[in-house]
Design a protein around this ligand. Structure first.
Ligand code: GUN
Length: 295
């Protein structure tokens, strides 16, 4: 069995960000517009703080105007909704997101519903979800966009392939399944309540794991030669104050069987940020009524 191709999300994402930087510079030069991206962080969840910091850093490096608003964990739903409304009304902000999870007193659905769909960088608003599900455009969530770009590195043609997505979230599982369907794959959505996940997974030419369970997918779950996309980011406690990050796939086993596989970290994670910036530039251009500028 040949060695698996390692799908390097870090370098693919760096290429996308470099391309975006050129397009943003051109927009600035030719139209005097700097695309603005805002992130609202509520509370002090350590993982969310890291995500938000990385998003703001990548945005600034690509020439976007980043804005970060932080509210305390005690913030009321009204305060959160007020900030969303401020972002909706701010002409300098072309796309934004509210970092999830939100504290328990804040209803995440009510907050997502309040986001102007024309500024919905995450593509989480039900209007965009509906457009994407119907194949009528809309903002595609960043992680599924990133997954598809990684799959394309290994599979130029996907028509007729068996794709299995483990996970049914609105942010990853469902939209990824829809994008695979659009590529004419035969798509199965499996989840934590599916019977015999292993045998479902073993059918997959393309396997996307997005369940949030560390190393759930074992080497023997993988069809030889399959393309494996690992969306999981799970912190495992090693004791003695030490921990490590693992995906939803047992990488060391899977890499021996798969035809292509994403590492964790350095696979899907960096792609999510690059695709979020891509969505924001796209929203900025639609607001201006122009096509995406070339490099
Ligand atoms: N929390 C973890 N991932 C994400 C994401 O992609 N978007 C938002 N808004 N929150 C998240």
């Amino acid at each position: 069995m040949a060695e698996a191709q390692i799908l390097d999300g870090k370098s693919l994402a760096a290429g996308i960000r470099a391309s975006l930087a050129k397009r943003v510079a051109r927009l600035k030069r030719e139209r005097g517009i700097t695309p603005g991206i805002a992130v609202l962080l509520v509370g002090d969840d350590p993982a969310s703080q890291i995500y938000v910091r990385n998003k703001a850093k990548a945005a600034a490096e690509a020439g976007f105007l980043p804005r970060e608003v932080k509210l305390p964990a005690s913030a009321s739903e009204t305060e959160v909704l007020r900030t969303v409304e401020d972002f909706n009304n701010d002409d300098a902000i072309h796309g934004f997101l509210v970092q999830l999870p939100l504290p328990p007193q804040v209803d995440a659905l009510r907050v997502i519903d309040a986001v102007d769909p024309a500024k919905d960088a995450d593509g989480f608003h039900v209007f965009n979800a509906g457009l994407v599900a119907s194949g009528r455009g809309g903002v595609v969530p960043a992680t599924p966009l990133g997954c598809m770009a990684l799959i394309r590195l290994a599979r130029r043609e996907m028509a007729g392939l068996e794709a299995v997505v483990i996970g049914r979230s609105n942010s990853v599982g469902k939209p990824t399944a829809q994008l695979l369907l659009r590529e004419n794959c035969t798509v199965t959505i499996a989840h934590s309540r599916s019977k015999d996940l292993a045998s479902i997974a073993r059918r997959a030419d393309i396997l996307v794991a997005a369940v949030g369970k560390g190393e759930l997918v074992r080497g023997e779950w993988i069809k030889p030669g399959a393309t494996v996309i690992d969306v999981g980011i799970n912190r495992i406690d090693l004791g003695g104050g030490k921990s490590k990050i693992v995906g939803d796939v047992a990488y060391d086993e899977a890499v021996k069987v798969a035809g292509a596989i994403t590492p964790v970290p350095g696979g899907v994670g960096p792609m999510t940020i690059a695709c979020l910036l891509q969505n924001t530039l796209m929203l900025c251009c639609s607001r201006l009524g122009i096509d995406l500028p070339g490099e």
